[in-house]
Design a protein around this ligand. Structure first.
Ligand code: GLY
Ligand code: MN
Ligand code: MN
Length: 406
């Protein structure tokens, strides 16, 4: 448990790799997976203990680890160091993340040294300790049908939360009311809460990329950017919409929104097996720059402006990241030093934006303090893609209708 303040702790969140491999969602657990020389799946867990459970909640215990989580064998976690010599005796290769638990690292090294000393009596220590993460993270990058079912449910919850928050995008409402209704909807519908701290930025606050203060009043004629999405059964959604406060996109807000939407549409359309995230990003940049020229935020030729990175003051982040058990999910972004091609089963975000700082004297005054991002979650399929967050509107009239229903 991690201390938040004094003797108050942050809520427990399982390590995503352990959750992926075992489904076990309780603290102080160790999983041992073996291909030979013992049961395939052993869990070491906190044992049942009446008094402790009175304070901190129910534990599945050793019995639950086998009955509920499908372990072939389970032991109290305190027995790990005692059981390890037997477990490691016949291992030829050990997959273990070094550097997380110094005591466990030392114990494993000690056991291997001991086996080496006793090699005369026919024992052979493992010759390698391999980091399992490269393997597990490649597995996590390609989502199974079961994982996608969970992610789809998370998207439904996120859609309903956005719909409720959009209705509150009205002058005089406070950003914190919108955040509260997001949280309420996430939890009420069975999510564990937000997948990351929600961003609810009205007006100029939308130009602060990681704005999480969420405590200002919404003003007529401005927009509110909501980057908020549910965590459901451990899986993250990650969706941004920018809503017109009061229900109508006006003047420069409309122009910037249209520019971002055109870039987002083009980037989503490019998501298909074989394309790379770098290509998706470059396409988003090009269409954004076209939009910036179209609305006179930039002047010059698109080619020159792209080459000179003239868009960077207004678009300073990347367009995509992997999505899964972690919001910025695992899995490498390159192969052999080059951007890797997209493959069916990958889930990624597409999230271009335009952010004009309120004190940017180089930008036309009309645009200062405007921020727009549109972010969808996209599954790569065998013949293209599926937008998992498609039910959250982004076309101007549909977005306006959502806000106006409030
Ligand atoms: N919400 C975090 C992100 O968009 O990457
Ligand atoms: Mn986001
Ligand atoms: Mn994102």
């Amino acid at each position: 448990m991690v201390t938040r303040s004094n003797d108050t702790e942050f809520p427990f969140r399982q390590d995503s790799d352990l959750l992926y491999l075992t489904g076990f969602d309780h603290p102080d657990a160790v999983a041992v997976l073996r291909t030979e020389g013992g049961p395939a799946f052993t869990l070491f867990v906190q044992p049942r203990q009446r008094e402790a459970e009175t304070w901190t909640g129910r534990r599945p215990g050793v019995e639950g680890a086998t009955a509920e989580y499908g372990a072939d064998e389970a032991h109290p976690v305190d027995a790990l160091h005692k059981e390890l010599p037997e477990i490691l005796k016949s291992a030829r290769r050990i997959y273990h993340v070094l550097g997380r638990d110094a005591d466990l690292d030392r114990k494993i090294v000690e056991i291997l040294e001991d086996l080496r000393r006793r090699s005369r009596i026919g024992l052979e220590p493992a010759s390698e300790i391999v980091d399992p993460r490269s393997i597990v993270h490649e597995m996590r990058l390609i989502k199974s049908p079961e994982e996608l079912d969970i992610m789809r449910r998370g998207q439904e919850i996120t859609r309903d939360a956005h719909r409720e928050a959009a209705r509150l995008a009205q002058p005089g409402r406070n950003e914190r009311e919108l955040e509260a209704v997001l949280d309420y909807t996430f939890r009420r519908q069975g999510g564990s809460g937000p997948a990351y701290t929600s961003i609810v930025g009205g007006g100029v606050n939308a130009t602060i990329l990681h704005y999480v203060t969420n405590d200002q009043e919404l003003r007529a004629g401005e927009m509110v950017l909501i980057d908020g999405a549910a965590e459901y059964q451990g899986y993250a959604s990650d969706v941004t919409r920018t809503y017109p406060i009061g229900g109508r996109f006006q003047g420069p807000c409309r122009a910037v929104y249209e520019a971002v939407l055109a870039a987002q549409d083009a980037a989503v359309a490019a998501c298909t097996p074989g394309t790379t995230l770098e290509e998706v990003h470059q396409l988003a940049v090009r269409v954004l720059v076209e939009g910036m020229v179209g609305c006179e935020l930039l002047s010059g030729t698109v080619d020159d402006l792209v080459a000179a990175e003239a868009y960077k003051p207004f678009y300073m982040h990347r367009t995509s990241h992997w999505l899964g058990l972690d919001v910025h999910d695992v899995g490498s972004y390159s192969q052999d030093g080059k951007p890797r091609p997209l493959e069916p089963g990958m889930v990624l975000t597409v999230e271009p934006g335009i952010y004009v700082a309120e004190d940017d004297e180089k930008a036309d005054e009309r645009f200062r303090g405007i921020g727009v991002r549109i972010e969808d979650d996209v599954l790569i399929t065998t013949d293209g893609h599926e937008v998992l967050s498609a039910e959250i509107p982004k076309r101007l009239d549909e977005v306006e209708a959502w806000v106006s229903s409030g």
